[in-house]
Design a binder for this molecule. Structure first.
Ligand code: DQA
Length: 140
């Protein structure tokens, strides 16, 4: 079964976006990193990014219908979107929440997550390596 690796707003800007916080790996490199890790682990992955909340909701609904596992970096929607939280509640496979930066070392508005109450695991502050860690967890 396909594992969905879903990325929210502004993550397409990785590489140039606040590199002191998010590092210099581009989104294209992140997608390759996930695909390489998945190949090694024998997983099938669909790595996606969107700046449109409706598109993210449609992907989460598709994952729920398929019973698929999800690695989700909902980016800023993590802290703002009840709709994303509600869609995470519908998931029937496992959900691993990922954040590249340590959100708890940052502004207090980043300390609340609408995703975490529905997540089986959370990987925070490990840089883009967090995605590999999430996939390794899902592979066992
Ligand atoms: C992020 C952290 C969020 O607070 C922020 O809005 C992002 C990226 C991270 O990966 O560290 O866009 O999810």
């Amino acid at each position: 079964m396909t594992v969905y690796v879903l990325n929210g707003p502004n993550l397409n800007r990785l590489g140039t976006r606040e590199p002191e916080i998010y590092g210099t790996t581009t989104y294209a490199d992140l997608a390759l990193l996930c695909e390489a890790a998945a190949r090694r682990l024998g997983l099938d992955v669909a790595v996606r990014q969107t700046n449109a909340e409706a598109e993210m909701l449609a992907w989460l609904h598709a994952a729920a219908d398929a019973g698929a596992d999800v690695v989700l970096n909902a980016a800023a929607w993590t802290h703002t979107s009840i709709a994303i939280g509600d869609a995470c509640a519908m998931l029937t496979g496992r959900l691993i929440e990922v954040h590249i930066s340590n959100v708890y070392k940052r502004e207090s508005f980043r300390h609340h997550s609408y995703v975490s109450p529905h997540a089986d695991g959370v990987v925070i502050g490990c840089g883009v390596d967090g995605y590999r860690l999430a996939l390794e967890h899902l592979a066992v």
